[in-house]
Design a protein around this ligand. Sequence first.
Ligand code: LRH
Ligand code: MN
Ligand code: MN
Length: 389
Amino acid sequence: MSDRTPYAKQVLAGQSIEMPSWAFGNSGTRFKVFAQQGVPRDPYEKLADAAQVHKYTGAAGSVALHIPWDKVEDYADLARHAADLNVRIGTINSNTFQDDDYMLGSVCHPDAKVRRKAVDHLLECVDIMDATGAADLKLWFADGTNYPGQDSISGRQDRLAESLAEVCARLGDHQRLLLEYKLFEPSFYTTDVPDWGTAYAHCLKLGPKAHVVIDTGHHAPGVNIEFIVAFLLREGKLGGFDFNSRFYADDDLMVGAADPFQLFRILHELTLQDVLLPDSGIAYMLDQCHNIEPKIPGQIRSIMNVQEATAKALLVDHDALAAAQQAGDVLGANAVLMDAYNTDVRPLLAEVRAEKGLAADPMAAYAASGYAEEIKAARVGGAQAGWGA
Ligand code: LRH
Ligand code: MN
Ligand code: MN
């Protein structure tokens, strides 16, 4: 059996998962947004909280912004603030779903004036990428219809393609468009980008700057997400992940909480292609809201869950796996995977952290730091993450 530990430690030490700025604000369901004490009052404070997650995990060096939830006067200044805190601004996420104008859609809307407004917003997001140095524009559209006959399904695809082409043409050489798909919600009859196949077809037409992003919570129950990962990787069209957990739909719960085995299986496919490090062209992000749990520890736990799944995937003995597969040894091949999955990787991760000068237990180190008490005392009237704002 080959010893994968040194390689695993090297990859784990270099791994970085992006945090969503919206994880730090108040959030909830459509029934209730729960206000927590000490939440950030502006994007500057969201970055300060995110920096705490990086401080204790050493594996969360960037923060995704959501525009206009994170609108500021001076984005270059916000980027400098991030750098001072030892994090950087990552993906820019657009928002074409919270204006009254978007009731019937945004880039797929039947009215050209509304489409213009939506595309202009996406172009503004590219300006913000220029100002912050962000490389990726992440697009999720709430577009779709609720009733048969409400709009032309193919006409909406034409409008989508035209809008995306205009945005893609505006991107600089080092910038990418990441297109997110989602099975349903808020539209219930048709969704204009409902699945990876639709996203892939659009990205293929858009050319080399367009890639598909997989939000793990955006599939029907039972969908084999690792198959999608393997397929898109093979085609060079996997742009990144929005990691989260789902029990029923788009639950946005902590990644690895509902189904850590699924997360392991996804990371196994990524490990096979050796694309875990930041220069791999895959953007690894969390897309979560912490409705009932404290937010900074919620992010720390999520990063640790990704690290644990990654460590297990890195321990899979690829030589033994290939040999068993070649020999048609079904049970042997499966056992190679299960042996790795059933390994307790927490001591290995503690070693990786110690070698980086970090505490073995990031949750305990953060709790002992007193930061939570500090922000509760200092911040009154924190802001909502954006949902329902
Ligand atoms: C909506 C959504 C989507 C986006 C995020 C900002 O489904 O969760 O996944 O990435 O909002
Ligand atoms: Mn998402
Ligand atoms: Mn979602």
